[in-house]
Design a protein around this ligand. Structure first.
Ligand code: CP3
Length: 341
């Protein structure tokens, strides 16, 4: 039995005493402790593949920041690698793929990944589950098929992801074949995460915002919806589609349990569109550059707009590496100390 199950109760729409809080990228460079552990590995990929080190940085924010959940330290790009498309993480630049997907032969060559192909993540989850000792829930995650597709075609980050979008316009059938393969791989992987102890899952559609509304439904939401159907009978699932502000209602029609919101979405508007689904978010990460008075004001107004139940407090996207750790801790404390009506 979990000692603190606020996150799971909130995700399932059950009553809570206060809203749970965790932060996207809480296991990351804002913590000097993370940087110290990271320096023990040769590079980012070796770090991700080391279950002991991954476990250590997964638990750090629970101890240091007092958040109500741990999110397993890994990356969304482990899926392309497990399917046969390895990546590198270039310092200060981001992900880079030597080979990208261009033709039907490239798509056909990719494997459908099994959880066993990602045994290092599975081991990291098992170890973390044991070390957490049921203090807080453990969050598993994967990239949304569209975001993974975007990296597999583009080969790196991009402002526009125009190569990936070109693929959607010029080879839509092949795009669907690839999205289907990614979806099946992701379902296998997430089922493995649940078997290894993940209590709740989040899909990150970081590049939803480069698609038009219609293309988001056709090439992204359709596949996230399939993943929700496969996983939400097992554990709660959160869908976070960054910059898809128009899609809250459509996302609420999937079998997800909660909807992640970026900071561009008004909490009251989202409430009207989301039916009975739980909402997660959505403070601007840049709020944490402000002074304490401003952080308190903005956080209180966000909390009162969302209300206590069916709400998971978070940022609208991940923490930026240059945010002061003390400010992050301050924000977490403001949320935990809030006097709910
Ligand atoms: O704390 C957590 O949220 C868990 C760990 C986590 C990481 N990546 C670790 C990481 C999670 C959930 C991710 C997801 C991820 N990875 C996403 C989706 C979320 C989002 O931010 O939109 C995306 C798009 C990626 C791909 C990725 N990984 C990029 C573009 C980068 C480089 C940018 C950067 O911040 O340096 C990464 C690297 C990465 N993944 C880091 C961390 C902590 C930083 C690497 C480092 O330690 O130097």
């Amino acid at each position: 039995m979990l000692k603190n199950d606020l996150l799971l109760r909130a995700a399932k729409g059950q009553e809570v005493e206060r809203a749970p809080i965790w932060l996207m990228r809480q296991a990351g460079r804002v913590l000097p402790e993370y940087r110290a552990t990271r320096s023990k590995a040769k590079n980012f990929i070796e770090f991700v593949k080391n279950p002991e080190l991954a476990c250590e940085v997964t638990i750090q924010p629970v101890d240091i920041l007092g958040v109500d959940a741990a999110i397993i330290f890994s990356d969304i790009l482990v899926i392309p690698e497990a399917m046969g498309l390895p990546y590198q993480m270039i310092e200060a630049k981001g992900p880079w793929f030597e080979n990208t997907i261009k033709t039907k032969a490239d798509v056909d060559k990719l494997r459908i990944a099994e959880a066993g192909d990602l045994d290092y993540v599975i081991k990291a989850l098992q170890l973390t589950k044991k070390e957490l000792n049921d203090r807080v829930p453990l969050i598993g995650f994967a990239g949304a098929p569209w975001t993974i597709f975007a990296y597999m075609i583009e080969g790196s980050g991009s402002k526009t992801f125009s190569k990936a979008k070109q693929f959607l316009y010029t080879q839509p059938e092949l795009a669907h074949q690839l999205l289907e393969k990614i979806t099946q791989s992701t379902i296998n992987y997430l089922k493995g995460q649940v078997a290894a102890g993940a209590n709740i899952l989040q899909l990150f559609d970081s590049w939803a915002g480069v698609l038009s509304e219609q293309m988001f439904y056709e090439f992204s939401l359709k596949y996230m919806s399939k993943i929700c159907d496969a996983l939400s009978p097992l554990v709660p699932v959160t869908v976070f589609a960054k910059d898809a502000h128009y899609a809250v209602q459509k996302i609420s029609e999937t079998s997800c349990n909660s909807i992640g919101l970026d900071w561009t979405i008004n909490p009251l508007t989202a409430r009207k569109q989301a039916g009975t689904k739980t909402l997660q978010g959505n403070a601007d990460p840049c709020l944490l550059y402000a002074n304490e008075k401003k952080i308190i004001e903005e956080t209180h107004s966000m909390l009162s707009a969302f209300g206590k139940n069916r709400y998971i407090c978070n940022l609208g996207h991940g923490l930026y590496p240059d945010i002061d750790k003390q400010k992050v801790k301050f924000f977490v404390d403001v949320v935990k100390d809030y006097k709910w009506e």
